[in-house]
Every structure is written in C-alpha cells, then in structure tokens.
Design a protein around this ligand. Structure first.
Ligand SMILES: [Zn+2]
Length: 102
C-alpha cells in the first residue's frame, strides 16, 4: 500500500517502514504513527489505551479460534467496531494537538 505525503508529495509504501513509532499521550493513551522517509511528516496509524488493548487481546483470541459460533462472530464484529469508533474518537480528541506539533 502506497501513501502520498501531504507535505512533500513524495510517495512511499507503508510496508517499507519496518516499525511504527509510538508516542505516549495523556491518560495512558499511546499513539502509533509512521513518518514520511523524505520529510518526517507524521501519520497516525492508531491509538491504544488500556481498555483498547484488552479488546485487542479478545479480538486476537477470537481470531485464533478455528471455528467461531455465531455468537462469537457477532462478538468479534462488535469488538472490532468498538475499536474503530474509539480510534475515531481519539483522532478527533487529539486532532488539534497533533496539528500543532506538525
Ligand atoms: Zn514527506
């Protein structure tokens, strides 16, 4: 997957970046992000807090199962959705701070 940097307009592939950097924000929230190899502009991948890592663990546990019951499938879907919406909330919460840092 390629993304184009908003700042320097250079394209780079996400897979060419080995590790995501992390930044500890307030309230035990960690922001994971990648940086443009050319200009260093930062792009947030996702946020993680304590309750989110618990949900992530549960998601991983369910995904490792060979076969899921309908109930488990629904649970997996619900958990995935809540992670997504929590991420979007954090994106909104920290939008202004992150732009100031850029
Ligand atoms: Zn760039």
């Amino acid at each position: 997957m390629n993304i184009q940097c908003d700042k320097c307009n250079k394209e780079f592939s996400i897979s060419s970046i080995d590790t995501e950097d992390e930044q500890l924000l307030s309230n035990n929230v960690t922001r994971y992000y990648i940086s443009c190899p050319s200009c260093g502009e930062q792009y947030t991948s996702y946020f993680l807090d304590d309750s989110m890592s618990e949900i992530q663990q549960e998601i991983r546990r369910l995904k490792n199962k060979q076969e899921l019951t309908t109930k488990q499938k629904n649970k997996l879907m619900r958990l995935t959705q809540s992670i997504t919406s929590m991420n979007m909330e954090y994106m909104n919460t920290y939008k202004d701070i992150l732009q100031d840092n850029a």
